[in-house]
Design a binder for this molecule. Structure first.
Ligand code: HEC
Length: 230
């Protein structure tokens, strides 16, 4: 074998083998995952995993708007032993002092998602379980997307405004029932002019549906201690 051939083979091996092991094989395995029923005796619960599915249309908006540039959807294993459950609001347990820290993400969490927007940087909070801690009113989530710095407590936020997902239009009659409500103390320049209202486009509604569907902390069949699942 000539030197250049050896070099090319070496190069192909050095990149090809890790690519096969770290990308191709895991992708094939992940594509084969199918929903699985819990075993009452083993898992301590009934039903099927995953019990919820994500809103695909909204996911496309999330991806095309580049939210994953700043938000992850991937919870790392916590090696911080202090006070298990020290963070409020990251999983389904929304109490002030959750009993357990939220579990790390598993690849089954992304079952059925053609693309899993795991995220590039964590500039904003992880959104893997946002559906649990989201405000009750959809309007509040819309306001967050329309004017991230709307509330005084978030005036420092570096999240960009997604106002292009909203329409500013003249109020007709009683106005739209979907129109955003603006807090009294919000900066004037962020609010629509008098006689105008801000209404979400279908893309904004889909994005909110998607955010509300993010609930990725259900126990994985076979990996739960029955005690924990109760
Ligand atoms: C340039 C970075 C950046 C981008 C891009 C970005 N965000 Fe954010 N986002 C943040 C930061 C920082 C925060 C935390 C401060 C705050 O609440 O404004 C945040 C907060 C949030 C919250 C509240 C999270 C919570 O735990 O209450 C939601 C929901 C959210 N972003 C959704 C989105 C969506 C949806 C997109 C895309 C349409 C997006 N963000 C794009 C930086 C970003």
């Amino acid at each position: 074998m000539t030197g250049s051939r050896k070099f090319l083979f070496g190069l192909a091996g050095a990149f090809g083998v890790p690519w096969l092991l770290l990308v191709i094989i895991p992708v094939i395995k992940a594509q084969k995952l199918t929903p699985e029923a819990y075993d009452k005796d083993r898992d301590g619960i009934e039903g099927v995993y995953p019990s919820t599915s994500i809103d695909r249309q909204g996911q496309l908006v999330y991806i095309s708007e580049g939210c994953a540039q700043c938000h992850t959807q991937m919870i790392r294993p916590s090696f911080v032993g202090i006070l298990d459950g020290w963070k409020k609001g990251w999983g389904s347990d929304q109490s002030d002092q959750p009993k357990h820290a939220v579990r790390p993400s598993k690849w089954e969490d992304y079952m059925g998602e053609p693309v899993a927007p795991l995220g590039i940087q964590r500039n904003g909070p992880d959104l893997a379980n946002y559906g649990y801690r989201a405000p009750k009113e959809r309007a509040a989530i819309h306001l967050k997307l329309y004017a991230p710095r709307a509330s005084k407590t978030n005036a420092w936020s570096m999240m960009p405004s997604y106002r292009h997902l909203y329409k500013v239009k003249a109020i007709e009659g009683n106005g739209s029932s979907h129109a955003l409500e603006f807090p009294e103390d919000m900066a004037k320049e962020l609010k629509p002019k008098k006689g105008f209202e801000v209404v979400p486009t279908p893309a904004a509604e889909q994005l909110v549906d998607y955010l509300l569907s993010l609930k990725k902390d259900a126990p994985v069949p076979g990996e739960v201690v029955a005690e924990d699942a109760k």
